[in-house]
Write a protein that binds this ligand. Structure first.
Ligand SMILES: Cc1ncc(COP(=O)(O)O)c(C=O)c1O
Length: 395
């Protein structure tokens, strides 16, 4: 006899999940204590960058392979500064993929530019074919996203943007350490932006980083980050123009240095989880993610698509899985253009893949808070819930 779904009063398949463990722990706090208290060698913040902030930036740039790196308060402010540093024409358009965390598109509004949405490809990243259709003379920049840690199709995208001489910003907020044809994401376009939010592959609590190898952009970023100051410590109250206060604190920088040392190990765990989900879920009536050749993903999340037939049932399925005790998220339940600040009547944006995918997607966590022995139970829960919904006669 089939067991009753937990959401209808049956017994949940997963009764216990270990308590959440913060990704920032003893190692990070020892280093903060050591530098800031024991050695008393650091100021808590400095608009020109304390020595730990500069060390974090140099180490991150070296890791990514870029000439420069500059810390910011978040991935969102990294994207905002990246756009402003390019000095794009007023009222020009910036192309972004329809599916991402909302900050990707919001940053364009922060920079007082217009957003135009491009559909996604089979890896959930900006589709070069749709890019080719939507790019025109009004477009001044393209932001692409390495969604769920899988690099976007950079060769095809750059082929289009280079023809038009349009700068490319990589939103690498989910892809720390991912590689595309041997190059780290963030270091392939003109500017790369990273987030160090709690859930990311490495974290400073909140925080961000911009990488570039273009000196002019770098100098502009330094100035924009600190109120428009020309980045001259001897002239702290002189301004080149408009700017912001987007400086990271020294404590976050020190945490970042420790986390960067752990990134390889943290990413290895995510890779193992990804592969475990992949093998455990094979045979289920779902679409599994693929990793392209010559590509190293950062395995930020494990996305699956439920069957087309159940497209209107995703939220019920998610509720049923949660009732079974399954840890999951829905990243993202709608294309970004459904948010009120972008919404236009008559479906002006036309991104059918993003609409289909966002109605069918469920994402599973790969970080080391999820223990490997839970994956077979997640598989059983998926099997149980999908079976129920596939065999119900929904009229
Ligand atoms: C793809 C993407 N872009 C931008 C951001 C914004 O980063 P933050 O939360 O650090 O502002 C995030 C993080 O949540 C993200 O996942």
């Amino acid at each position: 006899m089939k067991s009753k779904l937990a959401i209808f009063g049956g017994r949940p398949l997963i009764k216990f999940l270990p308590p959440y463990k913060s990704p920032i722990g003893r190692d990070e706090f020892n280093e903060v204590f050591n530098r800031m208290v024991r050695k008393n060698s650091e100021v808590p913040s400095n608009p020109f960058g304390s020595s730990s902030i500069k060390e974090f930036e140099i180490k991150f740039a070296k890791y990514i392979g870029s000439k420069y790196a500059i810390t910011t308060t978040s991935g969102t402010t990294a994207l905002h500064l990246a756009l402003e540093s390019l000095n794009l024409p007023k009222n020009s358009e910036v192309l972004v993929p329809a599916m991402s965390f909302i900050a990707t598109a919001n940053a364009v509004l922060h920079a007082r530019l217009k957003v135009k949405f491009v559909d996604i490809d089979k890896n959930f990243c900006l589709d070069p074919k749709d890019l080719k259709i939507k790019i025109n003379k009004k477009v001044s920049a393209v932001i692409l996203v390495h969604l769920y840690g899988h690099p976007a199709n950079m060769d095809e995208i750059l082929l289009v943007t280079k023809q038009m001489n349009i700068p490319v910003i990589e939103d690498a907020c989910q892809s720390h350490g991912a590689e595309y044809h041997g190059k780290k994401t963030g270091n392939i376009g003109d500017i790369g932006c990273f987030s160090f939010f709690t859930s990311k592959n490495m974290t400073t609590g909140e925080g961000g980083m911009i990488v570039t190898s273009n000196k002019k952009i770098y100098l502009s970023l330094l100035s924009l980050r600190s109120h428009g100051n020309p980045n001259n410590e001897n002239l702290p109250y002189i301004y080149n123009g408009m700017g912001y206060n987007y400086s990271m604190t020294t404590m976050q920088g020190i945490i970042g240095i420790v986390q960067l040392n752990k990134l390889r190990m943290l990413n290895e765990y995510r890779k193992q989880m990804f592969e475990l989900y992949l093998s455990s879920f094979s045979g289920l009536p779902i679409i599994l993610p693929t990793v392209e050749q010559n590509i190293k993903s950062a395995y930020h999340l494990f996305p699956i698509l439920i069957p087309e037939k159940l497209i209107n049932k995703r939220d019920e399925i998610v509720d049923a899985l949660r009732a079974e005790g399954v840890p999951l998220s829905v990243a993202y339940p709608a294309p970004m253009y459904m948010a009120p600040q972008f919404f236009k009547k008559n479906n002006f944006w036309s991104c059918p893949n993003a609409e289909n995918v966002s109605s069918r997607i469920i994402t599973f966590f790969t970080d080391n808070n999820i223990k490997k022995n839970i994956v077979p139970k997640i598989k059983n829960a998926l099997d149980k819930v999908l079976n129920y919904y596939l065999n119900e006669d929904f009229k």
